[in-house]
Design a protein around this ligand. Sequence first.
Ligand code: NAP
Ligand code: MG
Length: 477
Amino acid sequence: MKQMFIGGRWVAARDGATLPVASPADGEIFDHIARGAAHEVDLAVAAARASLDGAWGRMTATERGRILVRIGEAVLAHEEALAQLEARDTGKPITTARNDIKVLARYFEFYGSAADKVHGQTIPFLGGHQVSLLREPLGVTAHIIPWNYPAQMLGRTVAPALAMGNGTVLKPAEDTSLSALRFAEIATAAGLPEGALNVVTGLGEEAGAALAAHPGIDFISFTGSNEVGTLVQQAAARNAVKCVLELGGKSPQIVFDDVDAERAVPIIVRAIVQNAGQTCTAGSRLLVQRGIYDSFVGRVAEAFAKVRVGTPAMDFDCGPVMNPAQRARVQRYIDEARAAGIPVLAEGTVAADAPRTGYYVRPTLFGPVPRDAALAREEVFGPVLAAMPFDDEADGIGLANGTDYGLLAAVWTENAGRLQRVAKAVKAGQVFMNCYGAGGGVELPFGGTRRSGHGREKGLLALEEVSSTKTLVHYHG
Ligand code: NAP
Ligand code: MG
């Protein structure tokens, strides 16, 4: 049983309530977490506030940065244990989990190094005046993250907030809270003062909702579904709190007839099966120019059919999905597409010795998918790829922009002019040209347009989201 981490101490839920933790690989319950709720959120927000009035709030940016860099080093020193824990909790292949822990460390290295490089400005103004702009922390920042990349998401959202000197409260997903709890312990041992990071575990509709609605917070970063993102934004609005929302996606791979297929095919397959398709930036639509549609999609199908699904230790391309509800959701999309007569072009294989009690689904490539089908427009959040032909540049752009989302896109062509034109015309927060970057790149500003959300995380831009500008106007005569 793991307690919550609040104000530098382990805390149980006031009523002693707990939640079971199951491994997606076999469905077995292997631990419990505390079921925190409004009371524990109150404690955590108060602890974060107190940290701003205490040692954490008094530190210089250089001191904060050093602690963050040390946290990154400490994460790497615990890499294997953290990766094993993450793999067990999420079901993902162990190599993927190891990479996630490296990325967590990298976030702390990157933002730790940046902490004392956030500088103010001066502005020429009226005679006899001196105007300076200060960048200040927002105060108490709340962070609600999903279950697909628990360690990476923690780093992505908490590291910049700490670098700017905020006091943070993290609500991990109920399915995957273990790495955050272990991380809090590691960070504290590396020198993070008490209260700077508080972790409240529990249900989304209890602990998460209480955090989003808390009058003591100054900012919310939310990553997850559009439904909950809307609730979080409503709660933030009631307290006039700024929020950054990272929601879903239906990201297109736009493939023109002069594509370097040799290079593109393996990247396109990996972009949808990585993390069992449970990646907001999964490349879930394969849009191919009509002249090469059959041959190119045929090559993708050949590679897709080799995808293997198994336990974390088998370390194949793909693990199970997160929970029974997610498996049912993904399977429903597959079953409904089949029932509608959409052709199946390839399926991956679930290892024969993967436990029957695990949450496995068969990766599936469909095509051609009608443009108005659910598979063409809705986020499956599973290893399901929808192939569709398009005619020319204009049609490809129209099809790429034909969903409510706008998170990522990739353009594949050897024509440099076309690359630029299409990249500029596509509605997305990131566009990859002859490559694909689901997840990676802590240096690269990331976030959505349209229904994929707003605000930016990653890169130096994230530091602007978690700070505010104070304008000082001094009349000196
Ligand atoms: P979710 O249900 O929206 O959960 C996300 C987080 O919100 C979890 O911590 C959850 O806690 C919490 N939560 C649930 N109900 C809440 C409420 N009423 N108030 C406040 N917090 C609440 O999403 P999910 O099922 O974990 O993830 C799948 C979806 O997230 C997909 O649509 C995917 O595209 C999107 N996603 C987007 C990104 C991105 O970067 N853009 C990344 C990952 C996932 P519990 O888990 O304890 O319920
Ligand atoms: Mg939930």
